[in-house]
Ligand binder design. Structure first.
Ligand code: FAD
Length: 344
C-alpha cells in the first residue's frame, strides 16, 4: 500500500479554482441543532483558516432561521437557510435537492456532514448528483502542508490501517464525520456573520413521505449526549446483570453502552453498541465492565476523558487504555459501586 496512483477520468475534469469555502450541513432534530453540527463547524473553521476561505452552514427546516445565530457563534461566516413547511420533517430527497442546488450556485470546495442517520442518507445523494467523491466516517480532516490538498483520514481494513483519502479532480470534496469525533468549539456570540435565505426549486414531488415518527425506546439518556457511560461486555456474563449496569448508569446520570457480542446476543438494542460498527462516544467518564478491549470496541470510546475498566483478567487489553483498572467480577464490583453511591 505504499504509493498511490491518482488517475484523472477524462470528461470529469473541473476548474476547481472556482470552488471556495468550507460548508457544514447543520442537522436539526425537533427544532434542536445536533451537536455534530457544532463539532463540524469547529473542524470547518480550522480548515477554512488554513485555506484562507470562509465557513458556511446549510440550515434546512421549518421555522429554523432563528438557529442561524448559534451557527455563526460556533464558527459560520454565512448561514444558507432553506425554510418551508415542506422541510418540516427530514426528507433525504428534498434536503439533498436543496443542498445540490445550493452547491451548484455557490460552489463550495469542501462539504462536511455528520455521519448520523440523516447525514449518511444525504451525503451519498448529494455527492452522486454533483458527481464528486465522498469519504464516510472520517476521524481526521486536515490540509496537507505541501500540496494544500484536503486530506480525509478514516480507518480501513477493519480498523487495522488508517487510509488518507484525497479527491483531486472534483468539487466539493465531501466527508462525513461521526458525532463526538471532533471537539465542539466554545461558542462566541459576539462573532458576526450573515444569513442568506434560499428557495430551491424541486422538480416533481418527492417519492417518499413521512407517515409516522416512532420514538426509539431504550435505557435512559442517549449515548451520544451522555457525559457518563457505563458499558457492558460479554464479561457481565448474564443478561440479568444488565439491570445492575442500568442502575449504576442511572445513579451516575449516564447512559448504557454495550460491546457487540451482547448486542448480537439480543441482550440490548444495537443503538447502545459502541465501536467501529456502533457509536463513537467521548464522555467524561466511561466505565467498561467485562469488556476485553478489542480494537473495534476501543475505536469507538478511546477519546473518553477518563476510563475505568472492570475485568477479571488482569492482562485484558482494556487495562492498557484505562485510567483506573479494577480486577474482579464485574457484577460484584458494580453492586459495590451502587452500594457506595447509594450510601452517599
Ligand atoms: P470478549 O472479547 O469476549 O471479552 C469479554 C471480557 O470479559 C474478557 O476480557 C474477560 O476477561 C472478561 N470477563 C469474563 N468474565 C468476567 C467477569 N465475571 N467479570 C469481569 N470480567 C469478565 N465490537 C464492539 O464492541 N463494537 C463494535 O462496533 C465492533 N465492530 C466490529 C466490526 C468488525 C468488522 C469486527 C470483525 C468486529 C467488531 N467487533 C465490535 C467485535 C470485536 O472484535 C470484539 O469481538 C468485541 O468487542 C468483544 O466484546 P467483549 O469485550 O464484550 O467480549
Amino acid at each position: 500500500f505504499g504509493a498511490i496512483k491518482i488517475e484523472r477520468i477524462q470528461g470529469y475534469e473541473q476548474d476547481i479554482s472556482l470552488y471556495k469555502g468550507v460548508w457544514v450541513f447543520a442537522e436539526q432534530r425537533g427544532g434542536e441543532t445536533a451537536g455534530v453540527a457544532f463539532e463540524l463547524l469547529g473542524a470547518a473553521r480550522r480548515l477554512a483558516d488554513r485555506l484562507g476561505e470562509s465557513v458556511a452552514a446549510v440550515l434546512i427546516g421549518d421555522g429554523v432561521s432563528e438557529r442561524a445565530r448559534e451557527l455563526i457563534a460556533y464558527g459560520a461566516d454565512f448561514v444558507y437557510v432553506v425554510e418551508g413547511k415542506e422541510y418540516e420533517n427530514f426528507s433525504d430527497e428534498l434536503y439533498a435537492n436543496a443542498c445540490v442546488k445550493l452547491a451548484e450556485e455557490h460552489r463550495p470546495s469542501i462539504f462536511l456532514l455528520g455521519a448520523t442517520a440523516y447525514g449518511r442518507s444525504l451525503a451519498p445523494r448529494i455527492s452522486s448528483s454533483l458527481e464528486t467523491g465522498l469519504t464516510a466516517d472520517c476521524t481526521v480532516l486536515d490540509i496537507d502542508e505541501e500540496s494544500g490538498m484536503f486530506v480525509q483520514t478514516r480507518p480501513a481494513f477493519g480498523g487495522n490501517i488508517m487510509a488518507s483519502i484525497v479527491c483531486p479532480a472534483r468539487r466539493p470534496q465531501m466527508a462525513t464525520v461521526r458525532p463526538r469525533v471532533m471537539k465542539k468549539p466554545e461558542p462566541d456570540f459576539g462573532r458576526s456573520g450573515s444569513t442568506v435565505m434560499f428557495l430551491p426549486v424541486m422538480a416533481g414531488t418527492p417519492k417518499a413521505r413521512l407517515l409516522e415518527r416512532i420514538q426509539e425506546e431504550g435505557f435512559g439518556t442517549s449515548l451520544s449526549d451522555a457525559e457518563v457511560i457505563v458499558a457492558a461486555g460479554r464479561g457481565i456474563c448474564d443478561s440479568k446483570n444488565l439491570e445492575l449496569v442500568e442502575e449504576l448508569a442511572r445513579l451516575l446520570n449516564g447512559a448504557v453502552g454495550a460491546s457487540r457480542p451482547i448486542v448480537d446476543a439480543g441482550w440490548i438494542d444495537h443503538s447502545h453498541q459502541v465501536g467501529q460498527t456502533g457509536r463513537t462516544v467521548a464522555p467524561k467518564l466511561y466505565i467498561a465492565a467485562g469488556i476485553s478491549g478489542a480494537v473495534q470496541h476501543v475505536a469507538g470510546m478511546s477519546s473518553s476523558d477518563f476510563i475505568v475498566a472492570i475485568n477479571k483478567d488482569k492482562d485484558a487489553p482494556i487495562f492498557k487504555i484505562a485510567n483506573i483498572g479494577i480486577v474482579g467480577d464485574s457484577a460484584e464490583i458494580i453492586k459495590e459501586l451502587i452500594a457506595q453511591l447509594k450510601s452517599k
